[in-house]
Each structure stands twice: as structure tokens, then as C-alpha cells.
Design a protein around this ligand. Structure first.
Ligand code: 5RP
Length: 237
């Protein structure tokens, strides 16, 4: 029997991203994260706005997300109109068993952390390979710095045992964030032994704008394996 064209199977990132859209209800103010996984959350929300008349106000965490959300028909507001966010959906580069994370692979760490800081619930969407026992073993920690201060910050990072590399664009120039700053990707081959302590140490360096260590900010993790199975877990108490 001809059942017509089969739909293409969803990739893990799409499964995780679409699943997270289920946390969003009518009337909510929603933080819109950045990255290729949360993109599918944006797509699902755009569909619900168009089909169900879902009424939400989105707060984008990057210029890229702002553009995509607009194209998908999601109404947006700025932080001047928002005191608290009901739910934010965002991606992560690594998430550990305590739900501490490394973020900033896409360079949006500062705005992502500001939005997370006023979110009642932060839902993290990840594809395969992002759940790790210890942060930083395979993903270099992004640190956003003021360009003027970069040499000073680099020395301070080395004193903390990190190996900073300036993030560059395809032409070899320093890549700028949406805020006009630079990013140092900091390798730590043995991983980060005490992520909360390192976050505090980084915040104390003059010239550091923000680090990609997100401590205690995630509440829910939606993870999709390579085999397509989605696991939803709450941050351990
Ligand atoms: C951007 C981020 C992203 O959320 C993170 O890099 C994950 O992105 P992706 O879902 O594309 O792997 O922190 O600054």
C-alpha cells in the first residue's frame, strides 16, 4: 500500500530542541537561547504561534537568535520590558551531573548568562556527547574579555592553569561578540576540578566580562542520544 512520502527521521538535535518547546505555555515570557539545537525550539515555537495562536514574548540571547526568531514570527521584547523570564530554553557545550555547564561556543555567553540569571526555569537542550563527568576536558572554556585588557587577562588565565587561545574569524581577525568584545578559549586538558571556584576566580580578573561557566543556573536537561532517545532530567537537589 502506498502511504505516500515518508517523513525524514528527526536528527537528535531537532528532537531535543522540539521537545523543550513543550515547557512553553500561553502568556509566558520566554528566554530564547543561541545555537543549532535551540534553533529547533525556535522553529517549534514559531509553528505554535502560527497554528495555535500561542501568545508569548521572546527575549533573544544573541543577534543571531533575534534574527531567526523574527523570521519565524516569534514576538520579541527587550530587557527594558521584562523583570523576570518564565522559562528560558538554551543549549550547552558541556553539562555535568550537577548541571553546571560550559557555554559560549557560539560566543553568546554574556547575554545567555544575563537572561539565565532572571529566568525562573532554565531548560537546557543538548545533542549527543555533551553530558560529561567533568567539565573542560575536551571543550575549551570561553571567556569574554575587553580587547584593551586582553594581554593582562591572558597572563591571569595562565596563572590559573588555563591555556587561552584568542578566537578568530575565517580571515584570522579576532572574532568579536555581539557586545564588541573578544573571546579567549581556555583549554584545561585535565578538566576543571572545581567549576564554582574557577567561575569566581575568573569574575575577579579585571577585563573579564563574563566566563562560559554557568553554575547553578540550569534546572532541566533535555538530552537526545545518537539513537534518537530523549531523556529529560531535573537538576539533582
Ligand atoms: C552559544 C552557546 C550554545 O548554546 C552552545 O554553544 C551550544 O550550541 P549548539 O546547540 O549549536 O551545539 O552557548 O554561546
Amino acid at each position: 500500500m502506498d502511504r505516500g512520502a515518508k517523513e525524514a527521521p528527526m536528527e537528535p538535535k531537532e528532537r531535543a530542541g522540539r521537545k523543550a518547546a513543550e515547557w512553553i505555555e500561553d502568556g509566558m515570557t520566554v528566554g530564547l537561547g543561541t545555537g543549532s539545537t535551540v534553533y529547533f525550539t525556535l522553529v517549534a515555537l514559531g509553528e505554535r504561534v502560527a497554528r495555535e495562536g500561542l501568545s508569548i514574548r521572546g527575549v533573544p540571547t544573541s543577534v543571531d537568535t533575534q534574527r531567526k526568531a523574527r523570521e519565524l514570527g516569534i514576538p520579541l521584547v527587550g530587557l527594558d520590558e521584562v523583570e523576570a523570564i518564565d522559562v528560558t530554553v538554551d543549549g550547552a557545550d558541556e553539562i555535568d551531573p550537577a548541571f553546571d555547564m560550559i557555554k559560549g561556543g557560539g560566543g553568546a555567553l554574556l547575554r545567555e548568562k544575563v537572561v539565565a540569571s532572571i529566568s525562573r526555569r532554565e531548560v537546557i537542550v543538548v545533542g549527543p556527547g555533551k553530558q560529561v563527568e567533568r567539565l573542560g576536558r575536551s571543550f575549551a572554556l570561553p571567556v569574554e574579555v575587553v580587547p584593551f585588557a586582553r594581554p593582562v587577562v591572558e597572563r591571569a588565565l595562565r596563572a590559573l592553569g588555563l591555556d587561552p587561545r584568542l578566537r578568530r574569524d575565517d580571515a584570522g581577525a579576532p572574532r568579536r561578540t555581539d557586545n564588541g568584545n573578544e573571546v579567549l578559549d581556555c583549554a584545561s586538558p585535565d578538566g576543571i576540578a572545581d567549576a564554582p571556584a574557577l567561575e569566581r576566580a575568573l569574575a575577579a580578573i579585571p577585563g573579564v566580562v563574563e566566563s562560559g561557566l554557568f553554575i547553578g543556573l540550569a534546572h532541566v536537561c533535555v538530552a537526545c542520544d545518537a539513537d534518537g532517545s530523549v531523556a529529560v532530567s531535573e537538576r539533582p537537589a
